[in-house]
Design a protein around this ligand. Structure first.
Ligand code: APR
Ligand code: ZN
Ligand code: ZN
Length: 419
């Protein structure tokens, strides 16, 4: 199918889209495909594109595959053809848990990879045909946070501007006459999306997009939390709470940092196999113990772990993770996302010398770090294949949400667009 002229009925379109993703192409085929894309691009540049997207019209309801209009990129913006996207728990959080009713209607998805279709005026970093990963935290390079070596909290991110609704209202999407917000500024559950160039990382052209899309959130988030935020040290003892995509990436980060012991903690024992494959040396189910999990870990480790990482997004688990650290030097990092409740702990936990900190997107400055993480995947230093338990087309997005809700997957990758 010609992706420039999507047919009017979703049915016909969906039958045609089950083609192999870019990831399966040889280098020559990829170059030919990019050349073709470049030529097609000339035809769509500056025009509204009609394409399919999964629209979240309201909270607690299934997503609906709709034909949406995607406006041309404005000043400093680029329009991206999304090839693949992962489904992360934060998408589910917005839909079911977060209570941000003002953040709808929206197109969810923030773990994508794609190819630049066209660029707006003033774009210097990208050209049509470039391979890219959208970033939910931008890197403008100019604000004080971008300039500070210790932070990735760019002032120009949606995280700074609109965390209250978790979405960008100044959207380039419309559907049935309504503006559709861009969840986390990215909206990768759409065949096309538009972002400011400060919120996009350019990566090498031959990466498997149905794998490296996971570097747009989950894997970078967990991996960076261990490497950058906790700064796990060689020979240390670590505990990772929650063994979904984010937690497993934290396990991999602890392993790559040289931890001697990595204890995976999850209430779903189905996650233990993957955790061991990625480096966990022990796995513990808190439900199988009558004592608090912090006491169990303390007994296992002679007084507590050196580093703990909370990858669930639950304030009670955050507290347990802190209490599981050894006094004197233990470091606990909050990674899971929640803005529903306050957290609490006894002051003695910190007075006794523990450190409690958090990180967003693993502390990575996205434009700089994501291209390097892609190279780490290509060299085998980072494993992404282990995370992908399911692959399906965009129109099955509700099935992928169900899989995550019921704990039956690590990551589903949605093949969003045909090549
Ligand atoms: N103790 C330990 N593990 C738990 C607990 C608990 N009390 N409650 C849930 N879990 C486990 C689940 O069984 C699951 O394996 O946490 C894991 C969460 O994994 P996913 O649902 O796959 O979520 P993931 O995409 O990894 O995201 C985790 O990071 O980015 C944020 O919003 C995201 O807060 C979420 C967190
Ligand atoms: Zn900035
Ligand atoms: Zn995410």
């Amino acid at each position: 199918m010609n992706w420039l002229t999507p047919p009017s009925t979703g049915q016909h379109y969906l039958k045609q889209r089950r083609s192999p993703s870019v990831s399966l192409l040889t280098q020559t085929e990829l170059q030919t495909s990019l050349f073709t894309l470049h030529n097609k691009t000339m035809a769509t540049a500056g025009k509204v594109i009609k394409c399919h997207a999964a629209v979240a019209w309201k909270p607690n309801a299934p997503l609906v595959i709709e034909e949406i209009e995607v406006a041309p990129p404005q000043k400093h913006e680029i329009r991206i053809k999304v090839i693949a996207t992962g489904v992360c728990h934060t998408d589910l959080y917005h839909l079911f848990e977060g209570k941000h009713e003002e953040g709808f209607p929206a197109v969810l998805g923030h773990e994508g990879a794609g190819i630049v279709e066209s660029v707006g005026p003033g774009v210097t970093d990208f050209k049509p045909g470039d391979t890219v990963i959208p970033l939910f935290i931008s890197q403008c390079g100019e604000c004080r946070f971008c300039k500070h070596p210790k932070s990735n909290m760019c002032e120009r991110s949606w995280t700074t501007l609109s965390t209250g609704i978790m979405a960008e209202k100044d959207s380039r999407f419309t559907c049935r006459g309504k503006v559709i917000f861009q969840f986390m500024g990215t909206s990768t559950f759409s065949e096309y999306t538009v972002l400011n160039q400060i919120s996009v990382a350019k990566i090498c052209d031959d990466a498997r997009l149905d794998r490296v899309c996971l570097l747009g959130c989950g894997v970078a988030t967990g991996y960076g939390a261990a490497i950058n935020t906790a700064q796990v040290t060689r020979g240390s003892v670590c505990a990772v709470f929650g063994l979904g995509g984010v937690g497993l990436a934290a396990v991999m980060g602890c392993r790559n940092a040289g931890a001697s012991r990595i204890i995976g903690v999850d209430i779903n024992e189905d996650k233990f196999g993957k955790a061991r494959a990625l480096g966990a040396t022990d796995c513990v189910n808190p439900k199988k113990h009558s004592k608090p999990i912090s006491e169990v870990l303390s007994e296992m480790t002679n007084g507590g772990v050196d580093f703990s990482l909370e990858c669930v997004g639950n304030v009670a688990v955050m507290r347990s993770a802190l209490e599981s650290c050894v006094r004197g030097w233990g470091v606990s990092v909050m990674v899971g996302w929640t803005d529903l409740d306050d957290f609490s702990a006894r002051p003695i936990q910190l007075i006794a010398g523990k450190t409690w900190k958090g990180s967003l997107f693993g502390g990575f400055k996205g434009k700089d770090a994501v291209p390097k993480l892609v190279l780490d995947y290509k060299s085998g230093r980072i494993n992404l294949d282990e995370f992908v338990t399911h692959t399906m087309p965009l129109d099955k997005v509700n099935d992928s949400i169900e899989l995550m809700k019921t704990g039956k997957c690590i990551r589903t990758v949605l093949n969003v667009s045909p090549k």
